[in-house]
Design a protein around this ligand. Structure first.
Ligand code: TXA
Ligand code: MG
Length: 326
């Protein structure tokens, strides 16, 4: 039997014993351990195959626990916690001295977030402490948005996956750094940057890496959130031409498009993505997973719109892509 259930008592017992549990959040599923125990947190890194110097987010029930983990907390942090918690926002703050290096990657900061999923919120309230949890996928792979995805990543090596249904947001939390004089957008995500700026009354600093330059060389891009099948991104016309060439060469091609309805493009399997940014975000990882594996030789994804509402989607697409077509 697959270790998937909604048993909070069992989840609590495992976490208290220093074991790992897959947990649902509104963004993506997490691989959780007691954040106060370096031995438990070490198991996360071992299971994910993740480098030990990468910090992990500490999940808490709410603002009442912020000061358990962070110190020198600026007003901006309280404002943002009040406005967006529980929700898809992670705050980077100065850590309290007791926070294990295994959690912070040895830095003097800690990432904190109160997730909005009711099952995990209830778990956190009963647990009382913090749960260190990165996304529940092998290092570099596409994040999971269902309990089944988590099972596909780790199989029976993970003792329990709490089943909270499909994630409603579908991309990871927005990360805001509050340790410098000026707040910084470190990762676009579930909460739009504009909503955060409206609460703070200032623009966030955002150092975006160059994006859709006509990079053709795979490996030059941050390989993260990536399917195993090569993923090429570009405008629809370029993808249609590419699909045709590859079909002629005997390849199996999937074409993920959104701007127009397509019946078929010369042998490619066409899949329509949602037109709205939020629905697209919710569907993105699941769609990449559905088309990954050995069904196709290549996935061709139509480049999403380049507007503010699509910032998080474009960030993930950029990292998932192995190349771009002009
Ligand atoms: O929505 C999410 O944030 C999901 C769910 C499970 O909560 N979690 C997630 O975790 O995406 P992960 O580990 O896949 O990504 C966490 C990001 C990493 O890029 C990490 O570098 C950054 O958060 N991070 C965590 N703690 C940090 C810190 N102290 N300073 C700077 N960055 C930090
Ligand atoms: Mg991740």
């Amino acid at each position: 039997m697959r270790p998937i259930s909604t048993d909070l008592d069992q989840a609590l017992a495992l976490l208290q014993a220093g074991e790992l549990v897959g947990i649902p959040t509104e963004t993506v599923y997490g691989l959780a351990a007691d954040a106060s125990r370096p031995d438990a947190v070490a198991k996360i890194f071992a299971m994910k195959g993740r480098p030990a110097d990468h910090p992990v987010i500490v999940h808490i029930a709410g603002r009442q626990q912020l000061a358990d983990w962070a110190q020198d907390i600026p007003d901006a942090a309280w404002k943002l916690a009040d406005a967006f918690w529980p929700g898809s926002l992670t705050l980077i703050l100065r850590r309290k001295p007791h926070v294990p290096d295994a959690v912070t990657g040895g830095q003097d900061t800690v990432g904190l977030r109160a997730p909005a999923h009711p099952l995990t919120h209830a778990l956190l309230e009963r647990f009382g402490g913090g749960l260190a949890a990165p996304s529940a996928n092998q290092f570099g792979h596409v994040s999971p948005t269902t309990a089944g995805h988590v099972y596909n990543e780790f199989g029976d090596a993970l003792g329990l996956i709490l089943d909270g249904g499909p994630c409603t947001v579908g991309v990871e939390s927005t990360i805001v750094g509050l340790t410098d004089a000026h707040p910084t957008l470190l990762r676009p995500g579930g909460i739009p940057a504009e909503a955060i700026e409206a609460v703070l009354g200032v623009k966030l600093i955002h150092h975006e890496k160059p994006t859709t330059a006509k990079l053709r060389v795979s490996g030059l891009l941050d390989s993260h959130y990536a399917p195993r099948t090569p993923l090429l991104v570009g405008p629809l016309a370029a993808l249609e031409a590419e699909a045709y060439q590859r079909f002629e060469a005997g390849q199996r091609v999937a074409l993920l498009h959104h701007s127009q309805m397509l019946q078929a493009v010369c042998g490619a399997e066409c899949h329509a993505m949602p037109l709205n940014a939020e629905s697209y975000a919710r569907a993105l990882y699941a769609t990449l997973r559905e088309h990954d594996g050995d069904r196709f030789d290549v996935l061709l994804l139509e480049q999403p719109p380049q507007t503010a509402a699509w910032l998080a989607v474009n960030d993930r697409v950029k990292r998932a892509a192995s190349g771009w077509l002009a």
